[in-house]
Design a protein around this ligand. Structure first.
Ligand code: NAD
Ligand code: UDX
Length: 481
């Protein structure tokens, strides 16, 4: 029986390994983590991450050929194939701070593998890493090898949160990069055999190591670039009376452009896009390519601009001040169907409104109060460094922020509503009831373009929707930069 061990039981390690266990009953899969709390949650009925369909998959395999354990060394030493799926955050200090990937967690996992390995291993980069990381990891492993042979593969993950299970079940492609030596090719084949249990072989792409590593950063940069492009258009739409949804549709029907990833929004969030683009920018700079670096940097600048623009729109619409006004925040997660708040645009929007002295009442169906409070009091980039994830005792935002468990409660007596996550349940709210219980004039700022604008205007709301023709009220307000 092939034994697989995955180091890192997070958003990637947990679901990907659960899928391998489901589809490969003859493979024993152990997912290990230094966080005992996380492992305990994986072994409970309340998994540490919310992902539609995940619990059903885990329940089918857990205790049979899928195990979650904090005994990292035991499972690593027994495994034939070791996936490393630890976090690779943006560095917060030292060389490359604010851009480069922090490989501390990766390196410590590699050193531990070298320490405990007693037989040959295939080590698979599942984390998103800078190009040439495999070479560094190879050096760490071989210099500490004690005669053991390690083959390094790059097998980046392309799942998106909220749709992880369907993405894993039916991936557009699986990418495997390896050395072009006989041993390297053998290792690639061994991993290919695992995926071939359920992925058609023509969707399993094999490349050299550096192409696989770079393709992951490039894919995220291209996806994020589409969003910044459509968001840049949304600002122009508001200025000209064009409707960004109509423009997206019109250009997306060109089969060379395609319709996906064209929804204008308050900005992209999530743990990957910004981090990976910053990483790409740093790699370009290190390789003497400032023009290329600046090109990709612009994707992030437009994303920041979009969030600032949204906050400015809220403030300017409400008579240029939100001081002391209650604003309801509907949705805090970075997208629907996840409880993940890493780099969610809601953090920057809320901080912007708090900067103008608003009072916030926040509701998200999947994000607990403690997490929201922690997010609002954390510094940029600290979120992915577990050492910083301490609860904040004297939290300065606590007086101005309330987290509630219901959209009606959040909006009661509010002056305005900001929709920051596209949860389906927000479309079904009784907006007449909400309007009746709000201060007047009552505003809706839809950062996800999910509201029925006409219906809301009929009720009496003043509505702002990203990239849509402006409400006559908003046209008279100061211009937004
Ligand atoms: P995560 O923070 O949810 O999980 C990482 C886990 O690794 C944590 O539980 C942490 O405790 C554990 N860990 C860190 N160092 C360890 C060590 N030395 N030994 C054992 N466990 C250790 O992160 P994630 O979202 O799963 O992302 C993991 C990697 O996958 C990142 O490189 C990310 O860029 C990449 N990725 C993420 C996504 C996504 O949607 N989240 C998608 C594709 C790729
Ligand atoms: C992304 C990539 O899609 C995935 O392939 C990779 O493995 C990890 O990073 P994820 O961050 O989980 O996945 O979600 P994604 O669906 O890409 O959304 C990212 C952000 O972009 C979200 O905040 C989402 O709301 C936003 N978005 C997405 C838009 O604003 N408009 C769109 O059209 C699409």
């Amino acid at each position: 029986m092939v034994k697989i061990c995955c180091i890192g039981a997070g958003y990637v390690g947990g679901p990907t390994m659960a899928m391998i266990a489901l589809k490969c009953p003859k493979v024993e899969v152990a997912v290990v983590d230094i966080s005992v709390q996380r492992i305990n949650a994986w072994n409970s009925d309340s998994l540490p991450i919310y992902e539609p369909g995940l619990y059903e998959v885990v329940k089918q395999c857990r205790g049979i050929n899928l195990f979650f354990s904090a005994d990292v060394e035991k499972h690593v030493s027994e495994a034939d194939i070791i996936f490393v799926s630890v976090n690779t955050p943006t560095k917060t200090r030292g060389l490359g701070a604010g851009k480069a990937a922090d490989l501390t967690y990766w390196e410590s996992a590699a050193r531990m593998i070298a320490d405990v390995a007693k037989s040959n291993k295939i080590v698979v980069e599942k984390s998103t890493v800078p190009v040439k990381t495999a070479e560094a990891i190879e050096k760490i492993l071989t210099h500490n090898a004690k005669g053991i042979n390690f083959q390094i593969l790059s097998n980046p993950e392309f799942l998106a949160e909220g749709t992880a299970i369907s993405d894993l079940l039916n991936p557009d492609r699986v990418l495997i990069g390896g050395r072009e030596t006989p041993e390297g090719k053998k290792a690639v084949q061994a991993l290919k055999d695992v995926y071939a249990q359920w992925v058609p072989t023509d969707r399993i792409l094999c490349t050299n190591l550096w192409s696989a590593e770079l393709s992951k950063l490039a894919a995220n940069a291209f996806l994020a670039q589409r969003i910044s492009s459509v968001n840049a258009m949304s600002a122009l739409c508001e200025a000209t009376g064009a409707d960004v949804s109509q423009v997206s549709h019109a250009i997306g029907t060109d089969s060379r452009i395609g319709p996906k990833f064209m929804n204008a929004s308050v900005g992209f969030g999530g743990s990957c896009f910004q981090k990976d683009i910053l990483n790409l920018v740093y790699i370009c700079e290190c390789n003497g390519l400032p023009e290329v670096a600046n090109y990709w940097k612009q994707v992030i600048k437009v994303n920041d601009y979009q969030k600032t623009r949204f906050v400015n729109r809220v403030v300017s619409s409400m008579f240029n001040t939100v001081s002391g006004k209650k604003i309801a925040i509907l949705g805090f997660a970075f997208k629907k169907d996840t409880g993940d708040t890493r780099e969610t645009p809601a953090i920057d929007v809320c901080k912007g409104l708090l900067g103008d002295k608003a009072r916030l009442s926040i509701f998200d169906p999947q994000v607990p109060e403690e997490q929201i409070m922690r997010d609002l009091s954390m510094n940029k980039f600290d979120w992915d460094h577990p050492v910083h994830l301490q609860p904040t005792s004297s939290n300065p935002v606590q007086q101005e922020v309330g987290v509630v468990f219901d959209a009606y409660e959040a909006t009661k007596d509010a002056h305005g509503i900001c929709v920051l996550t596209e949860w389906d349940e927000f479309r079904k709210l009784d907006f007449q009831k909400i309007y009746n219980n709000m201060q007047k004039p009552a505003f809706v700022f839809d950062g996800r373009n999910i509201m029925d604008v006409e219906k809301l205007r009929e009720i009496g709301f003043i509505v702002y929707s990203i990239g849509k023709p402006l409400d006559p009220w908003l046209k008279d307000m100061p211009a937004v930069a």
